[in-house]
Design a protein. Structure first.
Length: 450
């Protein structure tokens, strides 16, 4: 195989006239751009996938000059211009917007496609900026790129709201994780008696009385705090359980400084949770304003419906339920050879936020629907104590159902599973335990696995 040179020149040494001479006879100018934070690389080529000149330039200092060079070269040649980019990160958004505003048709290429083609192209398993441009041009010629379509203004708004929510969600998980560690040292029994990850009441209590000794010393006031925080919904036996655990706690006595640490963590968690609650109200209002989310909201909740549409677009635009499943990264892959049969796993492509919220929606579905719960408990993964595998099975079924719901169908759990294959005892048995603080605390690990 002939050695291929990937020599690039600085944009300062090029002119549109020089590029036009190099590309004489081209019927289309194809510009493949490898996006980076500052050091950009671009390849000028023809419609046949060949790359004539590789150019490097600094962003944003030389970005406008690069766009001017692309436009001028297209005019010199008198041909249409197509730009190729990978949809990675945000550093290329400004450049793409400038190109589109000047009449350049933009195309997006999957980074995975480029990565997988690196050795097929020249027999060398290496990939660098210049080579990426050359490979992108070849893949574009084969028709594997897709035309860039600007995101609808409604999706832009939804994404901004979801991103704003994530600004607070991540610190909340961090604070609650720190609180769990502190309680494990000073009041481990409370972790079993109250759900500190999902409930407001234990946080309100700890903000005032951060250790068992404080609760026991101010019993009447502590009861009042729990009554107020729970809005009188906390059962008397649950309240008494808190005092019982405080009296028999094996936790280490907390010094005044350690009490202040617990208070600080709890107050930050309460503050962040209040911010999330405020944003959720806006998100829920948005969910009622758009037809694309109104149909999904009764099944997965308003916030999750907005998250899914924000990252995936309207579900009705997908040609099949399998296509939607693939966009979520929930389609299966397997690697096997000869007698070695690999274990199927999901591809985990697409936005991880989608899988995180679908994971939570699947847990709610298992908790609330007896038929889905019976199917969930019958999975081999559940019986082998690999419950995440069983939850993924519910997620896959849920996504396929949502594709039909987006087209006007009514959500019906009986259409997701074969009830006849489940025993009557399993279908009518006790509902599985609801998600506990341990489930929620391992959400980041579960999301990584997804």
């Amino acid at each position: 195989m002939k050695k291929i040179s990937y020599r690039a020149v600085s944009i300062e040494t090029l002119t549109s006239a020089l590029l036009a001479v190099m590309l004489a006879g081209a019927t289309k100018l194809v510009v493949a751009i490898d996006v980076a934070k500052t050091k950009m690389m671009a390849g000028f080529g023809r419609e046949d996938g060949s790359t004539t000149r590789l150019v490097r330039f600094e962003s944003p200092t030389w970005t406008r000059a690069f766009v001017d060079l692309v436009i001028a070269t297209g005019k010199e040649l008198g041909v249409p211009v197509e730009a190729l980019m990978e949809p990675t990160g945000t550093y290329g958004d400004g450049l793409r917007a400038l190109l589109v505003a000047n009449g350049v048709k933009a195309f997006m290429l999957s980074p995975k496609r480029v990565h997988d083609a690196k050795e097929v192209f020249d027999g060398v398993p290496s990939l660098h900026d210049a080579k990426s441009c050359v490979v992108m041009a070849q893949l574009h010629r084969q028709g594997v790129s897709r035309a860039y379509t600007p995101m609808h203004v409604d999706r832009v708004r939804m994404r901004a709201l979801v991103s704003r929510r994530e600004v607070f969600e991540k610190p909340l998980q961090m604070h609650l994780g720190a609180l769990e560690g502190l309680l494990g040292r000073h009041w481990p029994e409370l972790l079993g008696d109250m759900d500190v990850w999902r409930r407001q009441t234990p946080l309100e209590l700890l903000a005032v009385y951060p250790c068992p000794a404080d609760v026991l010393a101010h019993e009447a006031e502590a009861r009042a705090v729990m009554r107020r925080a729970s809005r009188n919904s906390m059962k008397p036996e649950d309240v008494q359980r808190v005092f019982d655990s405080a009296s028999r706690s094996i936790g280490l006595p907390a010094s005044e400084e350690e009490r202040e640490v617990i208070r600080a963590v709890v107050l930050e968690a309460l503050h962040v949770r209040a911010s999330i609650s405020s944003i959720d109200k806006v998100i829920e209002k948005v969910a009622t304003e758009h037809e694309t989310t109104r149909g999904l909201a009764p099944v997965v909740g308003r916030v999750t419906a907005v998250v899914l549409v924000a990252y995936l677009g309207p579900f009705s635009e997908y040609g099949s339920a399998a296509a939607l499943e693939k966009a979520c990264g929930l389609n299966l892959k397997i690697k096997s050879s000869g007698n070695v049969i690999g274990r199927p796993s999901i591809t985990r492509r697409g936005p991880p936020e989608v899988r995180m919220y679908l994971y939570l929606a699947a847990l709610r579905l298992v908790k609330n629907d007896p038929l889905i719960a019976a199917w969930y408990r019958s999975r081999g993964g559940y019986r082998a104590n690999h419950k995440l595998i069983a939850v993924v099975g519910v997620m896959r079924k849920l996504v396929r159902a949502l594709w039909h719901v987006a087209r006007g169908a009514t959500f019906d759990a009986t259409k997701l599973v074969d009830a006849r294959a489940l025993s009557a005892a399993s279908a009518q048995g006790a509902a599985p335990r609801p998600p506990t603080s341990r489930d929620v605390s391992s959400l980041s690990e579960a999301t990584a696995a997804l």
